[in-house]
Design a protein around this ligand. Structure first.
Ligand SMILES: [Zn+2]
Length: 159
């Protein structure tokens, strides 16, 4: 490992077996302590995991939100296009769990299960009202054709 002298700033190369031991800087004779290896190893990967994990979770959340918004404004077909996205999110969740990022893994899996469920429910409600409107429109058209038929059958008899 490399450590820097706190007094003169010189970078010193120390063998790992001297971790936690005191020694003197060869340039200025300041007493220095080599850092414990276990601490250094434990701190650095945890920080990296947390930052990258949070970034990926935020990105996945934005993707899911975008997919939901698109589906709301475009109808049924896009659900087929976005179902692979949910599948990928689900797989990413399992992968994250395997890499001991359990929290982000659970977030992925829940997101990939809950979001399609919400979208399907919302689309069922939306399609239900749409079908009701089209039914009333069809009824109105039928009434119109009946009226037209009456007009056509009645008009020649008046002549
Ligand atoms: Zn020094």
């Amino acid at each position: 490992m490399d450590i820097q002298c706190t007094n003169c700033g010189q970078v010193l190369e120390i063998e790992d077996k001297y971790a936690g031991m005191k020694f003197e800087c060869p340039s200025c004779s300041t007493e220095l302590i080599a850092p414990e290896l276990a601490v250094a190893v434990a701190v650095i990967p945890t920080k990296n995991n947390e930052s990258s994990g949070t970034g990926v979770v935020v990105a996945a959340f934005i993707c899911l939100l975008f997919a939901v918004l698109l589906q709301f404004f475009s109808g049924n077909l896009l659900f087929l296009l976005y179902s692979p996205l949910y599948l990928v999110t689900f797989i990413l969740g399992i992968v994250a769990c395997c890499k001991s990022r359990v929290l982000s893994g659970i977030f992925y899996i829940l997101g990939s299960i809950i979001t399609p469920a919400i979208v399907v429910a919302a689309q069922l409600i939306f399609l239900g009202t749409a079908m009701a409107t089209s039914e009333t429109l069809a009824e109105m058209e039928e009434e119109e054709t009946v009226l037209n038929d009456k007009f056509i059958t009645e008009s020649p008899s008046k002549k």
